[in-house]
Design a protein around this ligand. Structure first.
Ligand code: ATR
Length: 279
């Protein structure tokens, strides 16, 4: 029987996951369909029950349901539980088990440039949901240091304190991050600052950036934010948000099918959806 996979969110119309995942399902000749469902906040529980009743094989969760879905699942993986957000659910013999592949997706996307962090100083800019997934997953990998800079420093401090994995971390203001920027090997921009249409905005100045650093932005619209453009002009290696998006999807696909998919094909699919632009 044909299997069903899905993504639940609100809004959902612009999600690039259905085209990317249907392409990769048919590439591996898996008899399945991946469907986007618009689910309002007050209908999430009913939607999850409905998916269970029809025996869905797995699904993704996107904004605004990543945290609120937790009470409606049967089991939550340890990392997802500590992050407090689930983006992937697997139907394991009738039980809905929640995972978070955003953080590992981000880290896997860095592999071509960096696979271990034990001697690296990392700066995360922002303390929202995306920062949380990246910070917790990265803290597990024990970098030399991993600091968080945020407009509201208290939120960065709270994020550090809520992390169950021991790490050498401090909370900074955005001004402090600008001042100490030359200490960092990896800089990860996790806020929406610089996203279309406000494309000239930047969260911090890159005046003191080390030219050998790796600078990432989780934004992919535009493909190159002002932040990444200035980092590239200073000689840094840069990476946009496409890799995190593609790898979180690839890791979800692997959890559902046991196959780690062709990431190059998925990346090309996403770039095509974004208008045929090459990174
Ligand atoms: P998400 O879940 O998508 O990561 P979020 O939880 O709304 O989004 O978090 C947004 C992040 O962007 C926060 O770190 C926020 O800073 P505050 O904690 O101070 O609110 C940051 N942010 C948003 N707009 C900003 C701005 N204009 N200047 C600086 N930081 C901003």
């Amino acid at each position: 029987m044909k299997k069903l996979f899905a993504v639940l969110g609100d809004p959902i119309g612009h999600s690039m996951s259905p085209i990317m995942l249907n392409d990769i399902l048919s590439f591996y000749e898996i008899d399945a369909h991946y469907h986007p469902f618009l689910v309002r906040r007050d209908e999430l529980e009913t939607a999850v029950k409905g998916l269970k009743a029809i025996g869905i094989s797995g699904f993704n969760i996107t904004i605004p349901h990543k945290s609120t879905i937790i009470p409606f699942l049967d089991e939550i993986d340890e990392l997802a539980l500590s992050i407090g957000a689930v983006n992937t659910v697997v139907n394991e013999n009738g039980k809905f088990v929640g995972y978070n592949t955003d953080g590992y997706g981000f880290i896997k996307g860095l592999n071509p440039y960096m696979s271990s962090f034990y001697d690296k100083k990392v700066l995360v800019i922002g303390a929202g949901g995306a920062a949380r997934a990246i910070y917790f997953t990265m803290a597990k990998m024990k970098p030399l240091a991993i600091d968080i800079a945020n407009r509201t420093v208290l939120k960065a401090q709270e994020l550090i304190e809520s992390c169950p994995y021991e790490s050498n971390s401090k909370a900074l203001s955005l001004e402090e991050a600008e001042l100490y920027l030359n200490e960092y090997d990896v800089v990860i921009q996790t806020t929406m600052i610089g996203m279309y249409p406000k494309i000239s905005e930047m969260p911090i100045s890159l005046k003191l950036l080390k030219s050998q650093s790796l600078v990432c932005d989780i934004i992919y619209n535009p493909l190159e934010t002002q932040f990444l453009m200035e980092a590239r002009q200073k000689g840094a290696t840069v990476q946009n948000g496409i890799e995190m998006f593609v790898y979180q999807g690839a890791l979800a696909f692997e959890k559902w099918t046991g196959i780690f998919p062709d990431v190059k094909r998925m990346r090309e699919n996403v770039l095509q959806q974004l208008g045929g632009v090459k990174c």
